[in-house]
Ligand binder design. Structure first.
Ligand code: BJW
Length: 230
C-alpha cells in the first residue's frame, strides 16, 4: 500500500505558523509575491532576508502538532510506503519523526549560494554580508520562489504514478505544480482525500473532502486506516 501525502501551510497552522492566504494574506503590507520572488529579492534583498530571518526565528518557538505526528504513525506501519511531499519550508515533519520528506518549496534551515548554487545547512540570520564559504557569492534562503523550478519533481511524479491513495492536507491547492497533483492522481484512478477547515478551489477535484482541523481529522482517519490494515 503506497500513500502519497501532500501537506501545506494548514498542517502547521495549529502549531502557530501563519498560513499564506489567511487573514489578508499580507506580511507587513507586502504581498507574498513581493517577498517570495527573485524579482522581489533583486529589488529589496534586505526586506526578503528579514522576512525569512523572522520566520526562521519563529520556527524555533513552535512544535509539531498531532497532525504531523499522525503522518509519522503511518510511516511506521509495516507494508505501508509513504511519500511525504510538503510545500512547507518548516521542519515540523522532521521534528515529528517523519523521514524521507520531499520539500518541494525548499527549507528554512538551509541557504543556497546565488552564484555557485551550493546548498548548505543554515539556522541563523542571513543578510548581504553572509557569503558562500566556497565562492563568496551572496547566500539566499534555500526557497523556491514564484517563477522558480520546484524541487524533487521527477521523484514526485514517479511516486504519484505508483500511489494507491492520495491525501492532501491543509493546502489551498492554488499554487502550481503542487495544485496539479490531484488531477494527475485522478487521471490514474487513485482515490483522493482532502483535509481542510473549509472547502477550497480544489475540493471539487477530490473524491472525498474531510472538513475540520487537521490535528483532529487526520489522527481519526489514521486510526480508521490502521484498523483496516491490521
Ligand atoms: C487548515 C487548517 C487546519 C488552515 N487544518 N487545514 C497561472 C496559472 C498557473 C500557474 C501559474 C500562473 N501564474 C504563475 C503560475 C506559476 C506559479 C503559481 O502557481 N502561481 C499561482 C499563485 C497561480 N507557480 C510557481 O511559480 C512555481 N514554479 C513553477 O511553476 O515553475 C515552473 C515549473 C513547473 C514545473 C517544472 C518546472 C518549472 C513556484 C511556486 C513557489 C511557491 N512559493 C511559496 C513561497 C515560498 C515558500 C515560503 O516562503 O514559505 O510557497 S508561495 C506559498 O504558497 C508557499 C506555499 O508553499 C504555497 C502554497 O500555499 P499553501 O501551503 O497551500 O498555503 P495557503 O495559505 O494558501 O493555504 C492554507 C490552507 O490551509 C487553506 O486552504 C486553509 O483553509 C487551510 N487550513 N488551517 C486544515 N488547522
Amino acid at each position: 500500500m503506497h500513500l502519497f501525502i501532500l501537506t501545506g501551510a494548514g498542517i502547521s497552522a495549529e502549531s502557530g505558523i501563519s498560513t499564506f492566504r489567511g487573514q489578508n494574506g499580507l506580511w507587513e503590507g507586502h504581498s507574498i509575491e513581493e517577498v517570495a520572488s527573485p524579482e522581489g529579492f533583486q529589488k529589496h534583498p534586505e526586506l526578503v532576508q528579514r522576512f525569512y530571518n523572522l520566520r526562521r526565528a519563529q520556527l524555533k518557538e513552535v512544535n509539531p502538532n498531532p497532525a504531523h505526528r499522525s503522518i509519522t504513525r503511518l510511516q511506521e506501519i509495516d507494508g505501508v510506503e509513504v511519500t511525504l511531499v510538503t510545500q512547507n519550508v518548516d521542519d515540523l515533519h522532521e521534528r515529528a519523526g517523519s523521514r524521507n520528506i520531499l520539500h518541494v518549496h525548499g527549507e528554512l534551515y538551509k541557504a543556497r549560494c546565488s552564484d555557485c548554487e551550493k546548498i548548505m545547512p543554515h539556522r541563523e540570520d542571513l543578510n548581504e554580508t553572509t557569503r558562500c564559504p566556497d565562492c563568496h557569492g551572496q547566500l539566499r534562503p534555500h526557497i523556491c520562489w514564484f517563477g522558480e523550478s520546484p524541487f524533487h519533481r521527477a521523484k514526485i511524479y514517479t511516486a504519484l504514478m505508483n500511489a494507491d491513495i492520495f491525501l492532501s492536507i491543509g493546502t489551498s491547492g492554488i499554487v502550481f505544480p503542487a495544485a496539479s497533483y490531484v488531477q494527475i492522481a485522478r487521471q490514474g484512478d487513485i482515490p483522493t482525500i482532502e483535509f481542510n477547515i473549509e472547502a477550497t478551489e480544489a475540493t471539487p477535484l477530490h473524491e472525498q473532502a474531510i472538513l475540520g482541523k487537521a490535528s483532529k481529522t487526520l489522527p481519526r482517519w489514521v486510526d480508521d486506516f490502521l484498523a483496516v490494515m491490521s
